[in-house]
Design a protein around this ligand. Sequence first.
Ligand code: 0X9
Ligand code: ZN
Length: 391
Amino acid sequence: MKIQNQPTVKSGGLPSPLRGPSFSQYSQADQAILKDLYDQGDLRENADVGRVLQEYKNSLSGAPRVEGATGYHTYEEMNAALRELAERFPDKAEVVSLGQSGEGREIYALRVGNQDETNSKPGIVITGCHHAREWMTVEVPLHTATNMLENYDSDPASQERVDKTVTWFVPMVNPDGYEFSRTKNSWWRKTRRPIQETGCPNLKGNYGVDPNRNYWDGKPENFELYRPAGDTPCSTADDFGGGKTSDNPKADTYRGPSGGSEPEVQALLNLELNPANNIKGVIDYHSYGDMILYPYGSKELPSDRLEIYRDIGGKINQALGNKFDLMPSSDLYPTSGGSNDLHEANGILGLTLEIGRSFQPPAWEIPKQTAYITPANLVFIDEIKSRFTQA
Ligand code: 0X9
Ligand code: ZN
């Protein structure tokens, strides 16, 4: 959704030999910040530049973000909200712990719908907050779950979704990072596990891994989705995607000491790849940029699969007023170890939605944003239901 008429990032404005967007209306100091953010990929096309700049500056103060933050669920509040839904709709929804984060927080899912005796109903997973600072992505799964459950009695389509699928809502994949971002450094992206052992004598540890670079299912044939050929362990010089997936533990895009090393990633893969859950589709929410991204981040997608993604992605885009760009993940920038790459390699349809125009829109925009995005989830659930329901 185009939230308001703020300047967007336009290429080509900086004087030669610098190439990139023009920020001439900002002070010299702000221009330097914006240029850094642009170079790091944190300021992308469609950005609300003023907001992203302010969000970055908020994080420098070392104090928790206050203005516009009240209204985003805290970790505890989100758990309570999931529990409340399960209590209101006891035969339709249940809170399930998928495992624990690096700092020992439970990672909860709300499962909406019940599997039958033969595990034949198609399973769907909707995740938020792999990345700590992407606060709106926490709110979207909760909104959609609430919508499905509250409309069950009045809306036959809602009833069908609840009865004929099993949809797992995981609003906070990375609760440690989220709480750190809420209370300490609002720009934080990764998880928070202290990394003592990098496995690399030349590279010292730090805190956290980029969970969206750490996905690997342990299958040798999928190893290159985690570490593509030519990307040498412990070397940052040949990092895949020019640093967008890194062996440097201090980088925001650190892939972790090994594939699937992080407990958050394990928790999600255990849910998604367990045959008993019959998972057929995953939407992974991120911010920002109004994009619908399909696999792969690290290689080409075969044409028969491309057709399916273009079809479903197009329908999702329609539900969003055709305001999103539908494209392969690698067109945003190539990465390895991304969630959807491992879903696709396991025959699960995996999409990433990049929502909004900054990481942390003021909380008063939550109702409008979540109501705007929920139809995308409903279309996806309907697609999975119609494609995978057994006769
Ligand atoms: O970098 C990411 O993990 C995602 N973008 S974000 O700004 N939310 O961090 C993009 C994931 C999609 N995959 C690729 N672009 N390869
Ligand atoms: Zn993200």
